[in-house]
Design a protein around this ligand. Structure first.
Ligand code: NAI
Length: 333
């Protein structure tokens, strides 16, 4: 098959070409840079979450039959548009079972021990004074609220239990193994007032859009922290900014932002007359978060380990090869 592989990481294309021997693979940063005949004949498009598959992108690929996204989430793909064209979408349902879970704890530790602030001071100040400003708190003994106990949330629970945390969880599907290990499932309304840290691990779906809204943020203790390594849209960003600014929440660790795609290209947005006021409000709120001293923001790197990336590449190539042999797998339905 003819495969367009958008934005591979350094060294990935060699692996892809060897795993997809017998297929033709074309690399690009944006499909517009490819020759017209490649776009006209390409059957497979492989993208990561940093590439939006819009109706306009699909219109340039008339022969497309498969999108192989190199991600768990697929909210960067216009699914109604792919369905209208009968284009199959395959994803990587799970990878690096602990990768994102470990990263959620990277954010928790960075916050709980003020590691980032301490490191910046060591770099920038000629002397370090009283250490009181770096006083942190132990995670052991604290209560963690886990929203979503699927593959990532399950591992978050395991790590938290290993650290001696009390773990409360919210998920419509209770995991019996976790219950057996001491995790208690509650409704969000019951869980939020009890936790010292809440960490989000649900997919971006209409049902999870702004799941953490102003009312739910208000249920949390003013000393509590919010960690989001799932998707920005799950948190109402202006409501989060208001809660943090008014001292109703102590801080946040965010690997994902609601307008992260737009933040990379704000100048283009300025020229787009169709950008809605609500989108600008979210972008402004995201900027406010980035500037807050009690918030750590990372650029969507929860997945980004050598091991996880290799696994993603292998599963993506298997998704393409199995589709080509008439047995599609990991299809988004
Ligand atoms: P999963 O599908 O294994 O688990 C999701 C869990 O959320 C399931 O247990 C499901 O029952 C639960 N859930 C669904 N709707 C819910 C709702 N309305 N309320 C509460 N729980 C609900 O997914 P996995 O692998 O754990 O990934 C979770 C998310 O993490 C992905 O959808 C993706 O958006 C994000 N992610 C972020 C990465 C990063 O680099 N920061 C990397 C990989 C995933």
């Amino acid at each position: 098959m003819k495969v367009i592989y958008v934005r591979p990481y350094a060294g990935e294309l060699e692996v892809v070409k060897s795993l997809l021997a017998g297929h033709e693979v074309f690399e690009c940063t944006n499909i517009e840079e490819l020759p017209e005949e490649v776009r006209q004949s390409a059957e497979v498009l492989s993208v990561f979450v940093n590439y939006q598959v819009t109706k306009e992108v699909l219109e340039q690929l008339p022969n497309l039959v498969l999108i192989a996204t190199r991600s768990v989430g697929f909210d960067h793909i216009d699914l109604p548009a792919t369905a209208a064209r009968n284009v199959v979408v395959a994803r990587v349902p799970h990878y690096g079972m602990r990768t994102v879970a470990e990263f959620a704890f990277s954010l928790m530790f960075a916050i709980s021990r003020k590691a980032y602030q301490a490191y910046m001071d060591v770099q920038e100040l000629s002397t370090i004074g009283a250490l009181d400003v770096y006083e942190g708190f132990d995670l052991g003994g604290k209560t963690l609220g886990v929203i979503g106990t699927g593959a990532i949330g399950f591992n978050v629970c395991q790590i938290a239990l290993g650290l001696g945390m009390k773990v409360l969880a919210y998920d419509p599907h209770e995991n019996e193994e976790l219950v057996g290990k001491g995790v208690t499932y509650l409704s969000l309304e019951e869980m939020l007032p009890q936790v010292d840290i809440v960490t989000i691990h649900v997919p971006a779906l209409p049902a999870t859009h702004h799941l953490m809204n102003a009312e739910r943020l208000a249920l949390m203790k003013p000393t509590a922290y919010l960690i989001n390594t799932a998707r920005g849209e799950i948190v109402d960003t202006p409501a989060l900014v208001t809660a943090l600014k008014s001292g109703k929440l102590a801080g946040a660790g965010l690997d994902v932002l609601e307008s992260e795609h737009d933040l990379r290209d704000e100048v283009a947005l300025l020229a787009d007359n169709e950008t809605q006021a609500v989108e600008w409000r979210t972008i402004v709120a995201d900027h406010a978060l980035i500037d807050m001293p009690n918030v750590i923001v990372t650029p969507h790197i929860g997945f980004n380990t050598k091991e996880a990336k290799r696994e993603i590449t292998e599963i993506t190539c298997t998704n393409i090869a199995s589709f080509a042999s008439g047995e599609p797998q990991n299809v988004v339905t």
